[in-house]
Design a protein around this ligand. Structure first.
Ligand code: BG6
Length: 474
């Protein structure tokens, strides 16, 4: 069943995110037959960046050609293109935008839903929201808000208050594209649909959890955004903590939005406030020479940290998190390290992997992703020698890849369906800023690391007796 008819208003339509993700994502949904039967997409931007309707179509076509999964051509593209129009937004005079939205609605007829996507920097959020309120455009529409959601607890609270003056929480979709990755939904399936895994998913059987999202790319010319944000706000308090919420949550009473988010928020509430002594901030050598970066910049491009969750399921199990730019590889991996059985029956020298790595469950979130259980088996032969073995599930070989949606595609679709399950809630984001506060108040100095490395050497001490360890890519 396709979503109800929609007018989607894209704020920041000329920006980077719209070009890289949103326009290509919407076109992919259209090609996959997942858009509403009738829809219009109205692009908007400040008057200084205004485009004509035709200019916006060309802009979208170039974006899809460059970043999309299929070529912008043929009847599918023509139909999509015909749904695009543009109306400049100006806090002073909202007329071009209002006109464009009304025209789009008239063209559709009936009572299409409005969906506003605020793909704008945090400083611009409040004025956009106010504009939607004062012009009455907000109506009973829904709003998608991009991350980072505020920069600390106070600003997140202000932002939530500003939003709630115009939209009640049931119409607010705070987007975190990591939650749209197939493997995140699959964590729910893995845990709650199988007798094999959930019984192990606790401190009795799991000794530590690693959430590792190294990136190979550097800041890619995004100095202006990055200098004021840094890796902690860009990646940790958002993507990594959200993943942690799904990995660590209790079984929800139902697979519906508030039940899921209640459990997620409970995890955040049980997270101990960060101890700056358990955090390493790094900066790659050469960052300060990038164009637009302060030569004395203290902005981190890397963070590794240890997080404690003070609840019955996880007490005493360290969650070790790492992410950064310009690292050796780009990966998205969650590893659950399993405890050894009570008695060591096989001496260490009978094992190929004597470092105890083989007892683990590895969830790889790379698109399309995989899940691997790594364990020990007996090597064939006359002596009792153990070796590593894998039991692996791969998305790419198990299912037709063309059905899978990328993070943004999945979430745009859920927002049109009105399903908030994979969107963050106001109490959750505020709690995460509370957890982050001690670190933001007293950040440790940044430590340099070489591009292409795994970050500063000091991160090893953070996780003793465990190790940072990434299984080979499948
Ligand atoms: C974005 C961050 O939210 O996520 C980027 O702003 C980062 O800095 C990106 O590179 C990573 O997303 P993905 O899906 O490519 O891992």
């Amino acid at each position: 069943e396709p979503p109800a008819d929609h007018v989607i208003v894209l704020f920041g339509a000329t920006g980077d995110l719209a070009r890289r993700k949103l326009l290509p994502g919407l076109f992919h949904l259209a090609r996959a037959g997942l858009m509403p039967r009738r829809y219009r997409i109205v692009g908007t931007a400040p008057a200084a960046e205004a485009l004509t309707d035709q200019g916006f179509r060309t802009h979208a076509q170039q974006a899809v050609a460059r970043f999309g999964r299929s070529r912008p051509e043929g009847p599918a593209w023509e139909a999509f293109e015909a749904a695009l129009s543009f109306g400049a937004a100006d806090t002073g005079a909202a007329d071009p935008l209002m006109t464009a939205v009304r025209e789009a609605e008239t063209a559709l007829g009936g009572e299409p839903r409005r969906l506003f996507h605020l793909a704008v920097p945090p400083v611009a959020f409040t004025s956009m929201i106010d504009l939607l309120g004062t012009t009455g455009l907000a109506g009973n529409g829904r709003v998608i808000v991009e991350k980072p959601f505020g920069t600390d607890l106070a600003s997140a609270r202000e932002l939530n208050a500003a939003i709630h003056r115009v939209f009640d929480e049931s119409r607010v979709f705070r987007i975190d594209h990591f939650l749209g990755k197939e493997a995140v939904d699959n964590v729910l399936a893995l845990r709650f649909a199988n007798g094999l895994f959930e019984p192990l998913w606790n401190r009795e059987h799991i000794s530590h959890v690693q959430i590792d999202v190294p990136e190979h790319i550097d800041i890619q010319g995004r100095a202006r955004f990055f200098e004021g944000t840094g890796t902690f706000r860009d990646m940790v308090v958002t993507h990594l903590f959200q993943l942690l919420g799904f990995v660590a949550m209790e079984p929800p009473v139902a697979l519906e939005a508030d039940a899921l988010r209640d459990e997620q928020v409970k995890v955040f509430r049980s997270m101990r406030a960060l101890d700056p002594a358990h955090v390493v901030r790094g900066q790659y050598t050469g960052y300060r020479d990038e164009q637009g970066v302060d030569p004395a910049s203290d902005t981190e491009t890397f963070v590794a940290l240890r997080v404690e969750i003070d609840n019955w399921r996880w007490a005493g199990v360290p969650f070790q998190l790492r992410t950064g730019k310009a690292l050796a590889e780009g990966r998205h991996v969650v590893t659950l390290g399993l405890r050894e059985p009570a008695l060591r029956m096989f001496p260490l020298d009978t094992r190929a992997a004597a470092d105890g790595r083989s007892n683990e469950l590895v969830i790889d979130f790379d698109d399309p992703g995989s899940i691997t259980a790594r364990f020990l088996v007996k090597e064939p032969g006359p002596s009792m020698q153990l070796a590593d073995a894998d039991m692996a599930f791969d998305y790419s070989t198990s299912f037709a890849a063309q059905n899978s949606l990328e993070g943004y595609e999945h979430l745009l679709l859920e927002a049109m369906r009105g399903n908030q399950s994979l969107f963050t809630r106001s109490d959750g984001v505020e709690r995460l800023w509370e957890v982050a506060a001690p670190l933001l108040d007293a950040p440790p100095a940044v430590e340099p690391y070489a591009p292409g490395s795994w970050g500063p050497g000091s991160i090893d001490a953070l996780v003793t007796p465990y190790r940072w360890h990434l299984p080979d890519r499948r």
